[in-house]
Design a protein around this ligand. Structure first.
Ligand code: RFL
Ligand code: PHB
Length: 398
């Protein structure tokens, strides 16, 4: 068999690469507007719908999912949180979003968002090709783009007007752009997050972000019966070294005493390590290719911004594509990159700041340590400082 032979050719308006939340939401918005699209995903549907990732939705993300017609289960099962708590120096300090800015966040797992979007796509009869191998992008700098892929040994090619690169940080879309056409901004951190999921009641009604000399810890949840906990570990850490009991001991060690005592332990049902990174690729548009979500930018998870940023990119992209198809108006697409980047950089700043505030840096000197303490002290005593945290955490306006 010749490797480059094309066995079948199709056409659509928009090829979406990646069936994560960015790709699936874009598909949902385009399908609802009558714009033909195909989603190409390299993994199986089961894999995509089982990945454990984000947990916190900004109120604008909740509204967007509702407007997109995928909010029914989220409205029933999502937990609305009016604030978060910071734990340090043996005490807990609440940041009351409602009192400070009159807004909330919702706890509803990315896994559930993904399942709701997959269900909507199935009901609409829109095409998703799972297990699409060797996806390649062609001619996106020309007058008509193409995407080729292989499925069960058969090579397909799809002709399209536009390609949406929604294939996450390790995807093929950004990698297909020549290095001379893009500028990369990046910061890596010398630590990762070790996370576990367990069917135990959460230790508190709201999330607790803890700073401790041994490292950061986070108490989160997926429901009133399912907890998600994280501890900071060195970037070189191996998951095999973490039994459940070691994890629970380390978590409790990093929390203030009353919280540590209240932790209900149990077997983990998932355990994984995620590296922390800040990353932005500029611009987000290359001719007929648009990057959205983690394909374009990454934030460390401390500010809970990644999924929310992916949703806001997709809203701008869908608006631009709908204006193009419905009114021949190119402005939204032309301004896509600039509009997204303005928001992206503010989320990058906030996520970097939350990370710097709450983690232990192995190379940190006494000066940096005192600055961290002063920042926490300022937060506990200033409404203005807390309001700045609250408005960023809940989500800046689009
Ligand atoms: P995804 O979810 O990575 O989806 C990309 C999809 O593209 C597919 N793909 C390809 N398909 C075809 N061909 C290829 N060559 C392909 N390469 C890849 C992949 O299989 C996948 O299905 O990107 P997307 O859609 O941009 O969504 C981004 C979010 O997943 C991410 O930002 C969040 O999970 C980040 N994040 C959080 N975000 C929040 O807003 N709130 C949170 O509370 C939050 N917590 C987190 C997080 C991420 C974490 N990890 C694991 C990094 C907590 C953690 C621990
Ligand atoms: C989560 O529940 O997975 C979660 C919550 C808040 C974060 C990061 C992750 O900042």
């Amino acid at each position: 068999m010749r490797p480059n032979r094309i066995d079948s050719t199709h056409a659509t308006r928009v090829v979406i690469i990646g069936a994560g939340p960015a790709g699936l939401l874009l598909g949902q918005l385009l399908t609802s507007a009558g714009i033909d699209n195909i989603v190409l995903e390299q993994r199986t549907a089961e894999h995509v719908s089982a990945r454990i990732r984000a947990g916190i939705l900004e109120s604008d993300t909740v509204d967007a999912l509702q407007r997109a017609g995928v909010g029914a289960r989220m409205a029933k099962e999502g937990l609305v949180h009016h604030g978060i708590e910071l734990s340090f120096n043996g005490d807990r300090h609440r940041i009351d979003f409602q009192a400070l800015i009159g807004r909330d966040v919702t706890v509803y797992g990315q896994t559930e968002v993904t399942k709701d979007l997959m269900g909507a796509r199935r009901s609409a009869g829109a095409v998703t090709v799972y297990e699409a191998e060797d996806v390649e992008l062609h001619d996106f700098d020309g007058s008509r783009a193409r995407v080729s892929y292989r499925k069960q040994g058969v090579r397909h090619e799809v002709h399209c007007d536009f390609i949406a690169g929604c294939d996450g940080f390790h995807g093929v879309s950004r990698a297909s752009v020549p290095a001379t056409s893009k500028k990369i901004f990046e910061r890596t951190y010398p630590f990762s997050w070790l996370g576990i999921l367990s069917d135990t009641p959460p230790v508190a009604g709201e999330l607790i972000y803890a700073r401790h000399e041994r490292g950061f810890a986070l108490c989160s949840m997926r429901s009133t019966a399912r907890s998600r906990y994280y501890v900071q570990v060195p970037a070189t850490e191996k998951i095999e070294r973490w039994s459940d009991s070691r994890f629970w001991d380390e978590l409790r060690y990093r929390l203030d005493a009353p919280t540590a005592e209240a932790v209900v332990t149990g077997p983990s049902i998932e355990k994984s390590i995620a590296p922390l990174r800040s990353f932005v690729c500029e611009p987000l548009r290359f001719g007929r290719l648009f990057l959205a979500g983690d394909a374009a930018h990454i934030v460390p998870p401390t500010g809970a911004k990644g999924l929310n940023l992916a949703v806001s990119d997709v809203l701008y992209l869908a608006e631009g594509l709908i204006a193009h198809y419905e009114h021949g108006d190119a402005q939204g697409l032309d301004q896509y990159s600039e509009r997204c980047l303005r928001r992206v950089w503010k989320a990058e700043r906030f996520s970097w700041w939350m990370t710097s505030l709450l983690h232990s840096f192995p190379d940190s000197d006494d000066f940096s340590h005192r600055i961290q303490e002063a920042e926490l002290d300022y937060l506990t005593h200033s409404d203005s400082a807390r309001r700045a945290l609250a408005e960023n955490y809940v989500g800046l306006p689009r």
